[in-house]
Design a protein around this ligand. Structure first.
Ligand SMILES: Cc1ncc(COP(=O)(O)O)c(C=O)c1O
Length: 435
């Protein structure tokens, strides 16, 4: 186990050359990447430069070691630089990193087969791409082609990506508005409201798209029976169910796929983040034989991607699945998730006014605050205590906990302690300011 040391928060202790290096990287972000983002990251307490990572620990240029409780929003399920994934990628790199796209590629074929084995029943074929949003784009196109219809029902607070199609079904106006008009025909309904979904489906609806646990919306798990209900609506109305498991997929919630908790099989399933084993970017849009027939039979090239299914990413994907199975990461996510949930709920019990809810499944847990500022100060406090945390994109009142699934009992305890101290400190700070 990598030993964890608390950072000191004493920038003055840094060697001048280290400080100058950090400043120069931040300056380049300000000058050449995104000035507002640079400011935001500094304000959140992340004015440092990442240098290397291993397991659950990220080391920065200033020599601080942080426990990663954001986990790349679901990317680092097997941890950072898992030796099995790194070895598989190295081996592939030495042979053939990218596909000629003329011959058959064995690694892609094996990953597709492996995915079909672990996917919910009936979900069989894979279209490979490079990110979550691309997987969602594929899902939307496939649903349209398979049904001959164009509309979608999505949920308020949902997050499906920021490319134009994925954005059109993302339930946050703040991100959609500046880019309108988007793809028309999406109806947004409240999450976990089955009646609203029933009312929203019309003769032009191609599919309902749903996250089994809304991630960026603030870690909202589907209520019991909700996904089953959606499945029934889809069957009755002859439309498709798209499960967006970009963030929940591959063990995060205590099952390979979160829809398994409800015994539901979608027609189309998207997966990305964790599939790259924390080493490579990869996305995949999977679907049933019925969907594939209707989409690809006429023209197998109707949807393609140059880099999609490249051997390097597929080698990482195969290793990620192998590690998830061999190291029993679903069971570990459940056990460590229960520990984390219990710890956070204990903190909540001591300050129920400030901390209004703790919810989630497996190692996808959110803590909701009454006031956004307390959440922000808590994130900052946790970073000073050596724990990386972040809020959810569509709901800044919620701090998310998505550590690697290999996280240890001691590391969870460490994070809960840091959370307790940081919330207490943040609440006191704000009270002091109000007086
Ligand atoms: C459920 C879900 N779908 C899609 C996406 C978009 O993925 P990407 O950022 O890889 O495009 C995300 C990203 O957070 C997500 O959580």
């Amino acid at each position: 186990m990598v030993m964890f040391e608390k950072p000191t928060d004493e920038v003055a202790e840094l060697l001048p050359e280290t400080e100058a290096h950090i400043d120069s990287v931040i300056e380049r972000y300000r000058d050449y990447v995104n000035p507002g983002l640079a400011k935001l990251m500094q304000f959140a307490g992340f004015a440092d430069v990442e240098v290397e990572a291993q397991g659950c620990v990220i080391t920065t240029a200033s020599g601080q070691r942080y426990l990663d409780f954001v986990g790349g929003y679901g990317v680092f399920s097997v941890g950072h630089r898992h030796p099995r994934v790194v070895a598989a990628v190295h081996e592939q790199l030495d042979r053939m990193p990218l596909s000629s796209r003329t011959f058959f590629n064995e690694v892609q074929a094996r990953l597709a087969e492996e995915l079909a084995h672990i996917a919910p029943p009936g979900v069989r074929y894979s279209f490979f791409c490079n990110s979550g949003a691309e997987a969602v784009e594929a899902a939307l196109k496939l649903a349209r082609k398979a049904t001959g219809k164009t509309g979608f029902v999505s949920t308020e607070g949902s997050f499906h990506g920021k490319t134009l199609g994925a954005l059109a079904v993302t339930g946050r106006e703040k991100y959609r508005k500046p880019f309108e008009p988007l793809m028309p025909g999406t109806t947004f309904v409240p999450f976990n409201d089955l009646d609203a979904a029933i009312r929203a489906v019309n003769s032009d609806t191609a599919a309902i798209i749903i996250e089994p646990i809304q991630g960026e919306g603030g870690i909202h798990p589907a209520a019991p029976g909700y996904l089953k209900g959606l499945r029934e609506i889809c069957d009755e109305r002859g439309i498709l169910l798209i499960a967006d498991e970009v963030q929940t997929g591959l063990g995060r919630t205590g099952a390979m796929f979160a829809v398994e908790h409800d015994g539901v099989s979608p027609d189309i399933l998207t997966l990305a983040k964790a599939l790259g084993g924390g080493v490579m970017p990869i996305g995949v849009c999977m679907g049933t034989a019925a969907v594939w027939e209707r989409v690809f039979e006429e023209n197998p090239l109707v949807h393609t991607s140059t880099f999609g299914g490249n051997p390097l990413a597929c080698a990482a994907g195969l290793a990620a699945i192998e590690v998830t199975k061999q190291e029993r990461l679903c069971e570990r996510a459940t056990a460590r998730g229960e520990q984390l949930m219990a710890g956070l709920r204990e903190v909540q019990a001591t300050m129920p006014e400030a901390l209004t809810a703790v919810r989630g499944r497996g190692l996808m847990i959110g803590a909701e605050f009454a006031v956004k500022d307390v959440a922000e100060l808590t994130i900052n406090g946790m970073s000073r205590r050596g724990i990386i945390a972040a809020y959810t994109l569509n709901n800044p009142k919620v701090i998310r906990f998505e550590p690697p699934l290999i996280v240890t009992e001691a590391q969870i305890a460490e994070a809960v302690d840091a959370f307790r101290e940081s919330v207490t400190e943040a609440a006191a700070m704000l009270e002091g300011m109000e007086e």
